[in-house]
Design a protein around this ligand. Structure first.
Ligand SMILES: Cc1cc2nc3c(=O)[nH]c(=O)nc-3n(C[C@H](O)[C@H](O)[C@H](O)COP(=O)(O)O)c2cc1C
Length: 256
């Protein structure tokens, strides 16, 4: 796994107050296997990130980018599971205590792969996810990240038992070749938004801090078999572009 790209050097720690200005941080994760020019989700998350950064003065934010498809997070191995079980037996333990629970090289390696990703998420005020629908759900590249960051107790305050992600804003930008709206024949096949909503709320992200934008019928423009859906695909994309721009412009810097 290679390093995260820090495209904008942080001059403030996330949330740190300096002369009345609050620095904010955006963690941007893409998971499409396609390159930018072909990927609708990448284009939309790029638009969000550009708008979000454009709102802020130079250097008054921390922007981190991770391409989960080009730079996959390694799948969890037995050491991740055994360390996680041990941590669970101790109740929610502070991350700083986990190294004292590590036994053997596999667990040490697993923790070394996991901790930076957890810290990256904890440091983000806003998390931006680019998510294509693959076989009715999220890409395996994103699922590998989810499995790894979901270390027992990592997002629970050991003192209060509260989620450490209560104030984190999560923006999910979805792209899908079909249409799964309520009332359509494939409504019941939708395990992309439904899954991510369940996952993030279970992690403690508040409903009001979870935002979904979706472009549907993304292949209608270049697939002759879907020609009759072209105008639907075009209007869905236009609406998604407006939605991400508006969201990036209005998401509060303060706590939602
Ligand atoms: C491996 C794979 C599986 C896919 N499975 C589905 C699917 O189950 N349902 C669907 O509506 N579209 C499916 N698609 C189409 C993609 O969701 C669509 O092309 C979307 O725009 C991909 O996101 P991207 O443009 O950001 O790469 C699939 C595409 C690929 C490559």
């Amino acid at each position: 796994m290679s390093e995260t790209y820090v495209l904008r050097r942080p001059t403030y720690r996330p949330g740190e107050v300096d002369g009345g200005a609050v620095a904010r941080s955006l963690l941007h994760l893409d998971s499409s296997a396609s390159r930018s020019r072909d990927s609708v989700s990448r284009q939309l998350t790029g638009l969000f990130a550009d708008t979000w950064r454009g709102r802020r003065g130079d250097d008054r934010y921390d922007y981190r980018y991770r391409d989960l498809a080009a730079d996959p997070v390694p799948l969890i191995s037995p050491g991740f599971v055994s360390l996680g079980r041990r941590a669970q037996r101790h109740g929610p333990v502070p991350l700083a205590v986990v190294p004292s629970l590590v036994r053997g090289d596999d667990e040490a390696r697993e923790w070394g792969l996991t901790l930076p990703l957890i810290n990256e998420l904890l440091a983000a005020d806003t998390v931006l996810l680019g998510v294509p629908m693959y076989n009715f759900t999220v890409p395996a590249a994103l699922k590998a990240w989810i499995d790894r960051i979901t270390f027992p107790g990592a997002f629970t305050d050991p003192g209060t038992g509260q989620s450490l992600l209560e104030r984190t804003k999560v923006v999910v930008v979805e792209a899908r070749g079909g249409c799964y709206r309520p009332g359509t024949p494939r409504e019941g096949f939708e395990f992309q938004a439904r899954y991510l909503r369940a996952y993030f709320t279970d992690l403690g992200v508040r409903e009001e801090n979870l935002h979904f934008v979706c472009a549907e019928m993304t292949r209608a423009a270049d697939n002759p078999a879907l020609a009759r859906f072209r105008s639907m695909g075009a209007s869905s994309l236009a609406a998604a572009r407006s939605a991400v721009t508006a969201l990036a412009a209005r998401l509060p810097d303060g706590e939602a």
